[in-house]
Design a protein around this ligand. Structure first.
Ligand code: GLU
Length: 473
């Protein structure tokens, strides 16, 4: 997908790696081991589509075995290739390290346009791909755990689990072989929204950081900020909806495959999602102006631009035209390394993918833990907590001689459900990790970007792991 004269996605990731590596004192050999992709499996398998046999090209890349299992989504897209899968797998390694999720990075890709197949054909492709992974020992709760990515979702994850269980009957932890499953099939509440919700927590934390906002001339706090979103898939729609409903931002522009729209008064994201479902397009959404081209919205004047589609969307061709003060990378690799140099010089604050979109894998980790523990979060303590709080409220009422209202009482005496715990674990993770990156950015004066700071945080953790394994001195 790289544009002419621009380095490829993998080269871009490696270029960023090298820059950040120069800020560390990690030995050269160890840096090389962290950078390379440990294993890639490429497979061409036949699938019957209608009355023809189609040969499908697919991959699974395990970037780093320093922690196991390896972890990362499976992408269905016509642009899948070895370099792209390797680049995405590498990002997963750094992402997991940044949010303290104890996995190595991986990524899978199937080179198909998922929208040109029907459900039955997609099921056949997914099951065959899974069987190939099983055959080569490239999947398993302690080996390599896939999840959704571009073009896949809970439905595909359910097929993967079912195929795995068929082959591995009796494996007690089998449900942990894949995450992002439907809630009623060993999934976890809150996984579907997790990446978008994580983007919200991450950007909220940035906007609450006074010196960060001062640096780019914005007021503190997320509320009232103007936002442009590219991509209304799973990540873009949850990001927009949660940021609007819980963060009080105003979405003024949206870009999608079919074009882009603008409304200075604000676009109701929930209504827009519904509208696109019904009409198949964002164009014509009441009150909005059609901007003509797909890329036009990216160039709108706004506080925060959120690319939530694919890699290499902001390149050196359009970087100069970007007027946003903050770019929040909800997608993986949306800003090329060349574009980043231009933007950083312009004073744009880029919140890097390997931190900002890590909410998905964070909740995947919770799902995997749930699968290994064979129990829903909150099951043991919910009732106990609720009873304790009730007694406490009773004591307060007795001591104060006042009655607490029914609604307040209900709120005060509630025990946490799975969704509450998942959201709170995610919020805590995103806040903590932001602080680590921000501290590194501030402490090391020569670090020019949040991406380099995030890389340094990741490299320190991964190199520590290697040293703890005793492989490197
Ligand atoms: N595909 C997602 C990502 O790029 C999620 C990965 C996962 O949950 O393992 O982060």
């Amino acid at each position: 997908m790289s544009k002419q004269g621009e380095v490829s996605f993998l080269e871009s990731v490696n270029k960023n790696f090298d820059k950040a590596a120069s800020y560390t004192d990690i030995p050269k050999g160890l840096l090389q081991q962290i950078k390379v992709c440990n294993a890639v499996y490429e497979i061409n398998f036949p699938v019957r589509i209608g009355n023809q046999i189609q040969v499908i090209n697919a991959y699974r890349a395990q970037h780093s075995h320093h922690r196991l299992p390896t972890k990362g989504g499976i992408r269905y897209s016509q642009h899948v290739n070895k370099d792209e899968v390797e680049a995405l797998a590498a990002l997963m390694t750094y992402k997991c390290a940044i949010v303290d999720v104890p996995f190595g990075g991986a990524k899978g890709g199937v080179k198909i346009n998922p929208w040109s197949y029907n459900e039955e054909q997609l099921e056949r492709i997914t099951r065959r791909y899974t069987s190939e992974l099983i055959r080569k020992n490239f999947i398993g709760p302690g080996i390599d755990v896939p999840a959704p990515d571009y073009g896949t979702g809970p439905r595909e994850m359910a097929w993967i689990l079912d195929t795995y269980v068929t082959f591995k009957g009796g494996e007690i932890d089998a449900a942990g072989c894949v995450t992002g499953k439907p809630v009623n099939q060993n999934g976890i509440r809150g996984r579907n929204e997790a990446t978008g919700r994580g983007v919200f927590y991450g950007l909220r934390e940035l906007c609450n950081t006074e010196d960060a906002m001062k640096k780019i001339g914005l007021t503190k706090g997320l509320e009232g900020k103007t936002v442009v979103i590219q991509g209304m898939g799973n990540v873009g729609s949850f990001t927009g909806s949660i940021m609007q409903n819980e963060g009080g931002i105003k979405v003024i522009g949206v870009a999608e495959y079919e074009g882009s729209i603008y409304d200075a008064k604000g676009i109701d994201v929930d209504k827009l999602i519904k509208f696109r479902k019904e009409t198949g397009s964002i164009i014509g959404f009441p009150g909005t102006k059609n901007l003509g081209s797909r890329d036009a919205a990216l160039e709108l004047e706004c506080d925060i631009l959120i690319p939530a589609a694919l890699e290499n969307q902001i390149t050196k061709d359009n970087a100069k035209k970007i007027k946003a003060k903050i770019i929040g990378e909800a997608a993986n690799g949306p800003v090329s390394a060349d574009a980043e140099e231009i933007l950083v010089k312009k004073g744009v604050l880029i919140v890097p993918d390997m931190y900002l979109n890590a909410g998905g894998v964070t909740v995947s980790y919770f799902e995997w833990l749930k699968n290994l523990s064979h129990m829903r979060f909150g099951r043991m303590e919910k009732r106990f907590d609720s009873n304790t709080y009730s007694s406490f409220v009773g004591v307060v009422e007795k001591l104060t001689q006042k009655t607490i209202g029914a609604r307040e009482k209900e709120f005060l005496t509630r025990g946490a459900d799975e969704i509450d715990l998942v959201r709170s674990g995610l919020e805590e993770t995103m806040i903590n990790s932001f602080q680590q990156i921000w501290e590194t950015y501030k402490r090391k004066k020569k670090i020019e970007s949040l991406r380099s700071a995030a890389f340094v945080v990741a490299l320190d953790k991964v190199s520590n792991d290697y040293q703890n394994l005793g492989i490197f001195p």
